[in-house]
Design a protein around this ligand. Sequence first.
Ligand code: BGP
Length: 476
Amino acid sequence: MTFPKDFLFGGATADFQCEGGFDEGGRGLLTHDFVTAGAYGKPRQITLTLKDGTRGSAGVRDELPEGAVPTLFDDTYYPSHQATDFYHHWREDIDLLAELGSTTYRFSMCWSRIFPTGMAQEPNPEGLAFYDQVIDYLATKHIQPIITICHDELPNALAIEYGGWADRRTIAAYQHYALTLIRHYHDRVKYWLTFNEINILGGYAALGTHKQDPQTRYQCVHNMFVASASVIRQARLIDRNLQFGTMYMMSEMYPASSDPQNVWAAYTTRREACFFFADVMSRGAYPHYTRELFKRLGVTLEMASDDLETLKAGTIDFLAFSYYRSGTVTAENGLLNENPHLQTTPWHWPIDPLGLRYCLNELFDRYQKPLIVIENGLGMIDKLENGQVHDQYRIDYMADHLRAIRDAITLDDVPCFGYTMWAPIDLVSLSTGEMKKRYGVVYVDMDDQGHGSLQRIKKDSFAWLEENYRSRGANL
Ligand code: BGP
């Protein structure tokens, strides 16, 4: 009962959580560069200069006050600036991935490293050269890249000048960026993800707009759908062998009880929070429940005359999804992170390996397209003692989730073609900006304020994962 021979095993990361080098190599400022560190129950903030010239801030998911301009302050720590410094450690980090027996590495390109403002015609040659080195070095280690074109981010200048995804000019900017990457790397990169967790639906960093009402959010997402589809359509003319997917977050799941009200609430919540996005991108059309959804939320989309045709022509080839936890839904309170049958992490994420098998089956039932588990892992507080980290909890988590994937493939005949665990080498948490929420099988010596030697140290889970990657799960 091993995984199939060509099954891809590897790791996944996002640029602003690990790359750093925010003012090097001609990189422009990214929306994430203005986001502070936070903690559980203490949301990350975007630092601002307010209309009256005073200093302010707003939560990452909140509306920004009108006229506020994201601003960097010297006395504030911004985790994306150094992150875990992949920019200067890429060779060492890829060596570790190779040692692990990885056959793939999923990472995101930093949009503002390629187009510093997002608006110029010419790409930044230093940016392309940085990823050239990375991709070429991966090839020497027989590691296949999977590239996320846009991981919840955009060049800050695009947010300031255009209002980000709320404005259709961002579609053109994205097309130019994405097709520049595809033309440049297509001979070395087969798998592309047009967006990360497109169903998250919000926040200044991901959408680049101050407004966060449903009308604005869904208009942004419509523009992203069109951008993704038009890029896929044009990329197929560049190279017919390329494979395109988009990535979805899949945690809304179970009714909190068998009360039909809760069952219905879970069904509709899951549809709106996850399937709506995959329905449009995989089937190439807005689903039948859109009219009811938009009426309820007061949304009226502005569309160009050929948008619907574009969506139809640029459907995705495969679905990628992140899976860390499951959630329960009640009619009264919506999505909850509570389930009496499951243990939770210190960040209150329920641990549910069977839910992963459930997701794989559910997605294949609905779309009949190949699937890849592009993020999965356990964020925990690790203790470094005498140069060692004994993280049996992480081994248990990965073993249970890998077994769930293996069951979906071997027992349920679901065509899942890969697993990239989040994140092989510790990096900064997206939701909290903390370093102490660690996912890696490699420890990085850095604290929540960015202090530390940045030394990479293998945890116990490293040898375990290596054994399982190399044996294709023979000893799970
Ligand atoms: C996903 C994101 C990642 C990542 C991960 C873990 O939502 O795509 O960027 O960070 O979740 O979440 P966190 O870092 O908040 O623990």
